[in-house]
Design a protein around this ligand. Structure first.
Ligand SMILES: CC(C)(COP(=O)(O)OP(=O)(O)OC[C@H]1O[C@@H](n2cnc3c(N)ncnc32)[C@H](O)[C@@H]1O)[C@@H](O)C(=O)NCCC(=O)NCCS
Ligand SMILES: Nc1ncnc2c1ncn2[C@@H]1O[C@H](COP(=O)(O)OP(=O)(O)OP(=O)(O)O)[C@@H](O)[C@H]1O
Length: 287
């Protein structure tokens, strides 16, 4: 794999590992909790991250080669199969395979011709290049929890979010992570601020599938209260997060879409921090 694609691959998988390691995450799987999930724990997630080795790099290369969404989708479906084989059939990373895969492909497309990477502009590139095909693929896709929730409640899901250029990644999760890291450094608290900022606003089909419209509203209210009470910048934030977690577990709520967007924001800041340079693109194009 070229240096450029290898950087993208490593950044995506390291970000998924960092999201997994983060604790306490209300309703989500952590190294010491299954959250609201009775069919999976951190070992399923770790196995899935290993099985995804190479996938995000392939997405970057496909982006560089000017691939259409159908080619990306085919590679994504292959990655989903590798995930399911590694986890014994459990969905740990379907949303992340989709969203982080698109970001990897967009990074490849953006830096074609040795242009520098501008992470803040990847969302508009996704919308410009692939939105029509993303929405068209949704009409022929097999049934899913997200599709059922969209049909029942009229909520947009991962596809609609991507087709619109991932606005809640670029306008909420990423700025929240930047803001909290500026104050607290690259700490778990900073990441948890970004997570809760996202839970407060995302129409998350994982939450809605598990708790309906009321469950989604409950999760958003809890996150908004947490933020209004000072988020991770106030004393006793860990205890307050643990209380929210207990409430989410008792209602089977899991903000899986927000976890994916946190991992995506971490990936973007990793790429920005690495300063993936056009010089590395020369090597990528030569391979
Ligand atoms: C598009 C996908 C994610 C299907 O989504 P669908 O909405 O039908 O629901 P499903 O319940 O299977 O999974 C959705 C997952 O996305 C995440 N999510 C939920 N809500 C949101 C949201 N508003 N925004 C972003 N992510 C979200 C959650 O993790 C959730 O579990 C995916 O299964 C798919 O089509 N895969 C094919 C592979 C593919 O297209 N790959 C592209 C490679 S670049
Ligand atoms: N740390 C995490 N813990 C739990 N879910 C996460 C985490 N990180 C991301 N997610 C996302 O949450 C989703 C898993 O949700 P869920 O268990 O409801 O999936 P499902 O198999 O589609 O539904 P169900 O098991 O309820 O039938 C995955 O798509 C994954 O991307």
């Amino acid at each position: 794999m070229s240096t450029f694609a290898a950087h993208i691959d490593a950044a995506a998988r390291a970000s998924l590992a960092d999201e997994l390691a983060l604790s306490p995450k209300p309703g989500l799987v952590t190294p010491d909790s299954r959250g609201s999930h009775d069919d999976m724990d951190h070992r399923h997630f770790a196995a899935s991250i290993s099985a995804l080795a190479g996938y995000f790099g392939d997405c970057a290369r496909l982006g560089t080669a000017g691939a259409g969404f159908e080619a990306l989708r085919a590679r994504g479906i292959e990655a989903e199969a590798a995930m399911l084989a590694a986890t014994g059939g459990i969905n740990t990373h379907r949303g992340a395979i989709f969203t982080l895969g698109l970001l990897a492909a967009a990074a490849g497309a953006q830096t074609r011709g040795n242009r520098p990477l501008a992470v803040d502009r990847l969302g508009e590139l996704i919308a410009r290049e692939w939105s029509t095909a993303i929405l068209a693929a949704s009409r022929s896709a097999p049934p899913s929890n997200g599709a059922r929730v969209r049909a029942a409640l009229g909520l947009p899901g991962a596809r609609e979010h991507a087709a619109g250029g991932l606005p809640l990644l670029f306008d909420t999760a990423l700025p929240a992570l930047r803001h909290a890291r500026a104050a607290l450094g690259d700490t778990p608290a900073a990441s948890l601020h970004a997570l809760m900022s996202t839970v407060a606003v995302l129409p998350d089909t994982t939450l809605a599938h598990r708790g309906g419209r009321a469950g989604l509203a409950r999760a958003r209210l809890a996150a908004n209260r947490f933020l209004n009470d000072g988020s991770v910048f106030a004393p006793l934030w860990r205890e307050r997060l643990a209380e929210i977690g207990a409430d989410f577990v008792s209602h089977r709520l899991s903000p899986g879409g927000s976890a994916d967007l946190l991992a995506a924001a971490m990936m973007l800041l990793r790429l920005e921090g690495l300063g993936v340079r056009p010089a590395q693109r020369t090597e990528a194009l030569a391979s």
